[in-house]
Design a protein around this ligand. Structure first.
Ligand code: UD1
Ligand code: UDP
Length: 361
């Protein structure tokens, strides 16, 4: 089988790391990087740390409006598909790169396989929701990470060729955890300084438009973290650098360590050693769950209901009082199930793709 995989953003590199390792044992994979994330600490570091194969193509497309970015990617991916003639297109997650690749392929009648299918936020205001719904509906085969995601697909009449295989982020967590645990590293402050990982700390990531588009909202979230009993490590996504810099200058936070984005292994180290986690990231919510750390998700909607069991993950409004109250609510560690699969999702995906391909030819 000849697969063509498209990635472009940080969370997709992580999922592709586990997928490519498995698929390439038996099949040919062409890897396309759209360029959506391009800073060394948002892209190269993942390929190096996780041994992801070097992309066969890098389109260098990033920034600008969502329509422009997606349209440019679609055009460029179409050209590659015409040249490479793969049996199948493989896409991960919900980014603009995911949608562009799925559309380019389906229009050329190349079947699309969508990994991390079925999650729903319940609002089309979210660009990720739009990308995921459209991708799911044009895909020929869909892989849900959890039962609730599969249920959503069934509700949308997409039950045929949809499978619950587990979460590639869980595969990655199990595979790299040991390496991450042994790590000693320093982080790079936004001002270029070297920062050691404190003994006790909270870990926070926050990059979504809803929380960072209006500086006052981000200021409220930061003031909650500044009121805690230990430092907070906050790797700042490049889209938020300017806003964060402005807030840092204005508020002189005492407990916040603003650092450049860290690599995957460093991030797993941080989540595994943090007191608690505060985030608006879909990936970090699950990693907090895998590491059995209390998580507070600053969003209005539940994306990963399986993580919410026993208050292990709770939604909070972007308000100091609500974030602190949720952080203070103890988690009941009573979940013995593995709602994110058996750590072998990539193997299951590979097997279903092989069966699908066999039926086609
Ligand atoms: C994207 C995904 C989001 C995912 C996030 C992961 C979409 C719609 N959203 O959001 O689902 O949670 O990635 O991190 O695809 N930038 C840099 N350097 C980089 C990367 C980005 O400066 O290495 C800048 C871009 O130029 C752009 C801004 O950051 O101006 C936002 O990047 P973009 O890829 O559009 O969206 P994300 O917020 O990263
Ligand atoms: N992550 C990372 N470095 C950072 C922040 C996060 O490697 O500085 C990892 C994090 O551990 C998780 C993934 O990036 O594995 C989540 O990606 P992101 O938050 O960018 O996207 P989302 O999950 O929201 O789609």
């Amino acid at each position: 089988m000849k697969l063509l995989t498209v990635v472009g953003a940080r969370p997709q590199f992580i999922k592709a790391a586990v997928g490519s390792r498995v698929f390439r044992k038996k099949h040919t994979e062409i890897l396309v990087h759209t360029g959506q994330h391009y800073d060394a600490n948002m892209s190269d570091i993942f390929f190096e740390e996780m041994d992801i194969p070097h992309p066969d193509y890098n389109l260098g497309i990033s920034g600008g409006s969502h329509g422009k970015m997606t349209g440019e990617m679609l055009t460029a991916i179409e050209e590659i598909l015409l040249k490479e003639q793969p049996d199948m297109m493989l896409v991960y997650g919900d980014t603009n790169s995911t949608l562009a690749a799925a559309l380019a392929a389906v229009k050329l009648h190349i079947p699309v396989a969508h990994v991390e299918s079925g999650n729903r936020f319940g609002t089309l205001d979210s660009p990720e929701e739009v990308n995921r719904i459209c991708t799911d509906h044009v895909s020929a085969i869909r892989f849900a990470c959890t039962q609730s995601a599969l249920d959503s697909l069934v509700k949308e009449n997409l039950g045929t060729n949809s499978y619950c295989v587990g979460d590639p982020m869980y595969d990655a967590f199990l595979y790299y955890r040991e390496k991450a645990e042994k790590l000693t590293f320093e982080m790079k402050g936004l001002d270029g300084s070297r920062i050691s990982v404190p003994k006790r700390f909270y870990y926070m990531t926050c990059h979504r438009q809803e929380n960072t588009g209006d500086p006052q909202i981000l200021a409220e979230i930061l003031s909650a973290m500044d009121a805690l009993d230990a430092s907070t490590v906050y790797p700042v996504h490049p889209r938020n650098h300017k806003t964060v810099q402005m807030l840092m200058d204005k508020h002189h936070y005492k407990q916040l360590l603003f650092v450049e984005p860290v690599g995957y292994l460093e991030s797993i180290y941080l989540v595994s050693n943090a007191e608690k986690v505060v985030t608006d990231s879909g990936g970090l919510q699950r990693e907090a769950f895998f590491a059995e750390k209390k998580c507070v998700t600053v969003l209005d909607f539940v994306v990963w209901p399986e993580t919410m069991i026993g208050n292990r993950n709770q939604l909070a409004k972007p308000l100091k009082g609500d974030i602190l109250a949720k952080l203070a609510t103890p988690q009941e560690i009573s979940c013995k199930d593995a709602p994110f699969g058996d750590g072998d999702s990539a193997q299951h995906i590979c097997r279903y793709l092989e069966e699908f391909q066999k039926e086609r030819v």
